[in-house]
Design a protein around this ligand. Sequence first.
Ligand code: GLN
Length: 278
Amino acid sequence: MCRHLVYLGPPRPLAALVLEPEYGLLRQSYAPRDMRGGGTVNADGFGVGWYPRPGETARYRGDRPLWADQSFAEVAAVTESGALLAAVRSATVGMPVVYSASAPFSDGHWLFSHNGVVTGWPGSVAGLAAELPVTDLLTLDAPTDSALLWALVRHRLRAGEPPGEVLAGVVASVAAAAPGSKLNLLLTDGAQVYATAWRHSLVVRTEPRAVTVGSEPHDGEPGWTPVPEGHLLVGRPGHVDTAPITAPAAPGEPHEQPSRGSTEPAVPAESAPAAATT
Ligand code: GLN
């Protein structure tokens, strides 16, 4: 199960956000604390996306473990940004280990990451994929569930849908097509952060001038708050909102919606992911 992170706040060196925190992504790449049974290490690549200028993204991605890339450490020590999305990857069984499968995926000012797995891949979501333009499918970043999720999100963003609705809508439709999927999505435009907690861990820390959203707390400082299961988070420095994601009803079944603040999964937990690692 990958681990991911968004930081929005005063400019800081990438190293201070990714490499130096006691339990940060570097540590999470070899000793994560909350994998919930989804693999043991996150060593199948990593990626960091940041904003060298407002509205402009840069990425550094690799197919090696984060700890093995000294070049990144050198760049990260001298590069600052006030907005960052970073991820370390644990490839789901059967999915290729290539740098282009490492988050963040990007389009214009958007950076995106997925922590989880789509059950029944690829057949379960073939119908959703068929709704995308053929060129989007031909140019998927990689033949992985995460890359398809990004294509679904990107398609709706390009159509002008509000980003929070896009994430909640994609989670709801994929969860309906592939029950039991783990769908922690993370999206930023450098000013706001949007995230879903869907069958995996997600925490947030809000400070007066910053907000940090991640799979795990990356230090022992106070202020980390779990995002309730089945919820969408929308945040900016100093402020976050969470709201339940409405699960679409199966034909003939009543509508299911987790209550605000619920810690229960919004979908039944009986259908565990098929793959050993996610
Ligand atoms: N299933 C995705 C992949 O293999 C996401 C990885 C993860 O969360 N472990 O790329």
